[in-house]
Design a protein around this ligand. Structure first.
Ligand SMILES: *Cc1c(COP(=O)(O)O)cnc(C)c1O
Length: 385
């Protein structure tokens, strides 16, 4: 499960090479799909709910990229739930106010049953977030453990507002308050940002998105450097049973192999589309950290190794947004993100998106030819003229 990579390897090399079987003559170059639910006694894994060699390959790759030990789950939300289920009761969580809606729904659901209290914060505002965190910190159960002093849950860039949080400053401030810190790194991927290096205790991913990259598999993963946290996560997986299917884990590993080239192309496309959209007279606002007028641009430049492939733009109201999206022939109107194909949606059509501007269109930019994408968007926006 570990992900020790030679120090000389850069991330793109790790993505291609970690988690392969030992180089024995005649052995497969790739991991196999291990379908067996039980294993001969005496080895490291006894039963398929506790471990699986194909999961281990994915865990080695993503663990190496994030710089910790990874634990694979059946979906991103399963990984998120497992982390939150390790908290003592009642837990106390300060979360990015525009964090992934599923994360906020999970917190609301558990809070309703009295098992935790939570508040949303504007994580682009470091001092306001830490002030809110302070009112939530301390007073945990005496037995301690992960999150006993409270938990700060970050995303950066956030979904769908693309706000940038200062992970290092927030982690340092939260730790001073005795809190632990989780970062959902789905948008950035470990190629652009490694939150454990910035002080986070745990990183979670919806590996459904960029890591797998082809919109054909659900998978989640959590990574930490703290052995007791890793053990607790493995226990949550065994006890709650949110285990990945072996074929899904294999598809996710295969996706990780091409992460660097996919992300490079998608990111280049996103930067170009953001620039062109910003100059379009029907577009009121473009949210992309790579644009110099984005409020988090300088922070993103310092904190990230690229600005990613997620962006959002605003047109004049929900009807206009729906009309533009309805006109597109190349970008696909569908939720989710991080695949090779460009996906687009009016984000506020979902519940729990009250803070999202009604005319905000979120776009997960794919790896198509950028001029084809622009022609499609331009034609779509043309309906507003
Ligand atoms: C999609 C997503 C999740 C949830 O992951 P699933 O694989 O759909 O369960 C969590 N966080 C972010 C940022 C996401 O985009």
């Amino acid at each position: 499960m570990g992900g020790a990579a030679p120090d000389r390897w850069k991330a793109a090399t790790m993505a291609v090479h970690l988690g392969r079987p030992p180089g024995v003559p005649g052995a497969g170059v790739n991991p196999g799909v291990e379908l067996s639910s039980t294993f001969h006694q005496g080895g490291p894994v006894a039963y398929g709910r506790d471990g699986n060699p194909t999961w281990a390959a994915l865990e080695a790759a993503v663990g190496g990229l994030e710089g910790g030990t990874a634990v694979a789950f059946s979906s991103g939300l399963a990984a998120i739930a497992a982390v939150l289920e390790t908290l003592p009761v009642p837990g106390r969580v300060v979360v990015a106010g525009d964090a992934y809606a599923g994360t906020r729904r999970f917190l609301a659901d558990v809070a309703q049953r009295g098992r935790l209290a939570w508040r949303g914060a504007d994580v682009a505002d470091t001092s306001a977030t830490l002030e809110l965190a302070e009112s939530f910190a301390g007073g945990g159960p005496e037995w301690g453990g992960f999150g006993a002093g409270g938990l700060l849950w970050l995303e950066s860039p956030t979904n769908p507002l693309l706000a940038v949080a200062d992970i290092a400053a927030l982690a340092e401030g939260a730790h001073r308050l005795g809190m632990d810190v989780v970062v959902d790194n789905t948008f950035a991927t470990p190629l652009l940002q490694t939150p454990l290096d910035l002080g986070a205790d745990v990183v979670v991913h919806s590996a459904t998105k960029f890591l797998s990259g082809h919109s054909d598999v659900l998978m989640g993963i959590a990574v930490s450097r703290r052995p007791e946290v890793v053990d607790a996560l493995v226990d949550r997986r065994s006890l709650h049973g949110a285990v990945p299917g072996p074929l899904e884990a294999w598809l996710a590993v295969r996706g990780v192999r091409t992460l660097a080239v996919r992300l490079n192309q998608a990111q280049a496309n996103a930067g170009e589309l953001a620039r062109r959209l910003a100059g379009h007279r029907r577009v009121a606002k473009v949210r992309y950290p790579g644009l110099p007028d984005h409020p988090g641009h300088h922070l993103a430049r310092r904190q990230m190794r690229g600005f990613g492939a997620m962006m959002a733009f605003e047109v004049d109201g929900p009807e206009a947004a729906d009309a533009v999206i309805g006109r597109l022939e190349l970008a696909t109107a569908a939720t989710s993100l991080g695949g090779v194909e460009t996906l687009i949606e009016r984000r506020a059509r979902w519940p729990h998106e009250e803070a999202t501007p009604p005319g905000l269109v979120r776009m997960s930019v794919g790896i198509e030819d950028v001029d084809d994408l622009w022609a499609d968007l331009e034609a779509g926006l043309g309906i507003l003229q």
